[in-house]
Design a protein around this ligand. Structure first.
Ligand code: SF4
Length: 679
């Protein structure tokens, strides 16, 4: 340790003080995790820690993080996937921890939350210094008036807010309304040039973060900070990634590009008054061509670039470039902030359109779209059965999403893997601690480590287990007597099985379905048969439904993906978790299928590396809804018999908590009756 570093109490002492002050009980897994985080920070080696629900993992990383910040003077960044966890850290854990540790450290630990610029009110845009992005297609009068009411609420809130943080607005507002008061980092004029720079909410949040010991952020901003040339987060040498099982998906979202008539239309509206009409018209026409093509094209992955699409993408790219050139030098209006705002917004939208069109063309090989003969040859080659070598070389995947309502069909592009990017940019020059209740899939961290781009020897993995006594408090029931789930909705036998289980449990059931269609079908069929209240996702806001479910033990809640990960209901209201089928990605999921084929083409087992890993993660998350406190008991019932019979079932079962297992329906119904008769 350098001479000028303060002597601080050991992590174990700080943790014990914090746990006592917060009225908790010190748990062996928590101490083990805190020590491992300390060791990782000291040895500068990346660490993946699986810590089951009830471990107290946020204290286990916050205490060594705060100690490191106090000792080194550098901030530690804590990144989360969800707003719920961000709030828990900033509103509950960190203030109490700062109070508890204040007397043991040289100064009271400071903390701050930092989000992407678009999450803060932009005072300059508010003062009408930049264009409003009204969507021409917003013609439904009900939506117009709903957006109008939200706009009014934002304006009222803007006069009172001290942080400008969108998440303060309750109830929340739509992206559509919020966009009229916010800018992206690339649209921002920069505090030096902006007339509102001195009072800018985003700049103030950055200043606060610059003085903090712990900066809480989200995975998206962490990815942007790591990948962009400019720093978004304050200088730091340690990052804790909580909810790390979400990291790859969040980073993939950040780097996914999209192109549709809407994105092109936005660029046209922004550039419209700044360049000659004819130049903007060319871009508008290319956008209309795109819509015409995408409307008749089949949704899904675009394996080979059709000639017409290649030509349209090239037209869009060139028309956007012509607009960019017509706008002139980028710093032309530096002494005219109002015009600079308009131009900056136009440049940002045009750059997006231009770069995304080029990126999509590049995804099909060099010069795709520029030379249609070559493009056709490439397409023919791919059709001729050389898909394997195509998969090896192709780095990005392009797919088409169907239009829905007023959202036009949209073409998207995303990398096959973000591992290389994470390896170079995130893991390259800082120590990263990744943690979650679910990281060891099939009993090993290797699957996720590969997706993060980490190689053997560059990281260590630690499973600190769970304080829950899974074999005594939970049963895993696999309904091997049922047929395999089919493609045509929920089999009748599944509905009967669900009814019998819910009757035995007296309600108290969380139904996790692999599709909204199945959740709705089960709800409809069972509302007629059962006399317990049945809620279905979509009936109301998810938080409201979860509240109702938690408040009445007889009530059941059925739903899909967000319930798999987002429900935290301790107590007897949740005694039975039903999972209808193993949650593999849909066979037509373009990114998952491309990733699977890529792994296979490079000699790996694509199914296990992608589909089974995805299913294991979700299954473990779903099963993790059951035991939320030391007193909880109950059953996880998986109706899909493949969990016990398929060749990959061992991998999936090894990803789940060690519940007592049975395939006997009578035994499980008896257990449910016994469990709920006394409560
Ligand atoms: S500095 Fe950027 S974000 Fe802040 S008020 Fe100005 S334009 Fe808006």
């Amino acid at each position: 340790m350098p001479k000028d570093r303060p002597e601080l109490p050991p992590v174990e002492e700080l943790l014990a003080t914090a746990v006592t002050a917060l009225g908790g009980v010190e748990r062996p897994g928590q101490v083990k995790m805190a020590q491992a985080v300390r060791d990782a920070v000291e040895s500068e080696e990346h660490l993946a820690v699986q810590a089951g629900t009830g471990t107290g993992k946020s204290l286990a990383y916050l205490v060594p993080a705060i100690r490191h910040a106090a000792e080194s003077g550098d901030a530690v960044v804590v990144s989360t996937a969800t707003i719920a966890l961000q709030r828990q850290l900033v509103d509950r854990d960190l203030p109490r921890l700062a109070d508890a540790l204040e007397g043991l450290l040289p100064h009271r630990p400071e903390f701050a939350i930092l989000k992407g610029r678009r999450n803060y009110l932009c005072r300059h845009k508010m003062a009408a210094g930049m264009p409003e992005d009204e969507d021409d297609q917003l013609f439904d009068p009900r939506e117009v008036s709903a957006t109008g009411r939200m706009v009014q609420r934002i304006q009222e809130w803007a006069n009172e807010t001290e942080t400008g943080d969108r998440d303060e607005i309750v109830p929340g507002v739509s992206d559509q309304a919020w966009r009229q008061f916010s800018v992206t980092a690339r649209e921002c004029l920069g505090a030096q040039r902006c007339p509102s720079g001195a009072d800018c909410f985003a700049e103030l949040a950055r200043e606060r973060a610059g003085e903090a010991d712990v900066v809480v952020t989200n995975h998206a901003l962490l990815a942007i900070d790591a990948m962009e040339d400019f720093a978004v987060l304050p200088e730091h040498d340690v990052v804790v990634v909580d909810e790390a099982h979400e990291l790859v998906d969040r980073v993939t979202s950040v780097v996914t590009g999209e192109l549709s008539e809407s994105t092109v239309g936005l660029a046209v509206r922004r550039v419209g008054r700044l360049v000659e009409q004819g130049i903007a018209d060319r871009l508008q026409e290319a956008g209309e061509d795109l819509r015409a093509l995408l409307t008749v094209a089949p949704p899904g992955r675009v394996d080979t670039l059709p000639q017409s699409l290649g030509m349209t993408l090239a037209l869009i790219r060139d028309a956007a470039f012509a607009c960019i050139t017509a706008l002139g030098p980028r710093n032309k209006d530096k002494d005219d902030p109002e015009n600079a705002g308009l131009r900056k917004a136009a440049f940002t939208a045009l750059d997006d359109v231009h770069d995304t069109a080029q990126r999509m063309l590049d995804a099909f090989g060099p010069a795709a779209g520029d030379d249609t003969d070559d493009a056709d040859d490439a397409a023919n080659g791919a059709h001729a059965g050389d898909a394997g070598s195509e998969e090896v070389h192709r780095a990005e995947v392009v797919w088409l999403e169907e239009g829905r309502g007023r959202v036009p069909p949209t073409l998207r592009v995303a990398p096959l893997s973000v591992g290389g990017m994470l390896r170079d940019k995130l893991f390259g020059d800082r120590t990263v601690v990744l943690t979650s209740a679910t990281l060891a899939l099939g009993g090993t961290f290797d699957g996720l480590a590969r997706q993060w781009g980490l190689r053997a020897g560059e990281w260590t993995g630690l499973d600190v287990g769970s304080p829950f006594d899974h074999p005594r408090r939970g049963i895993l029931y696999v309904a091997t007597h049922l047929p395999q789930p089919g493609r045509d909705g929920l089999p009748e036998a599944y509905v009967d099985e669900i009814a019998e289980l819910i009757e035995a449990a007296g309600g108290r059931t969380l139904g996790l379905f692999s599709s909204m269609r199945a959740a709705k079908a089960a709800t409809e069929a069972l509302r007629e048969r059962l006399d317990v209240p049945l809620l279905c996702q979509g009936d109301d806001s998810t938080s409201q439904l979860v509240k109702q479910f938690a408040g009445d033990p007889a009530t059941c809640l059925f739903g899909t993906l967000s319930l798999w990960q987002g429900v935290d209901v301790p107590g007897s209201s949740l005694t039975l978790v039903i999972i209808d089928r193993i949650p593999f990605p849909r066979p037509d999921d373009p990114l998952a299928s491309a990733r699977q084929r890529h792994v296979a083409a490079t000699g790996g087992n694509g199914f296990m590396a992608v589909a089974a890993t995805h299913a294991a993660l979700l299954l473990a998350q779903g099963a993790g809804r059951l035991l939320r406190s030391m007193d909880d008991r109950g059953v996880v019932a998986v109706l899909d018999p493949r969990l016990a019979t398929a060749r990959y079932s061992g991998f999936l079962l090894n990803s789940l908590p060690p519940f007592w297992r049975t395939t006997d329906p009578a035994k499980v119904r008896d257990a449910l009756r016994r469990l709920t008769s006394g409560s």
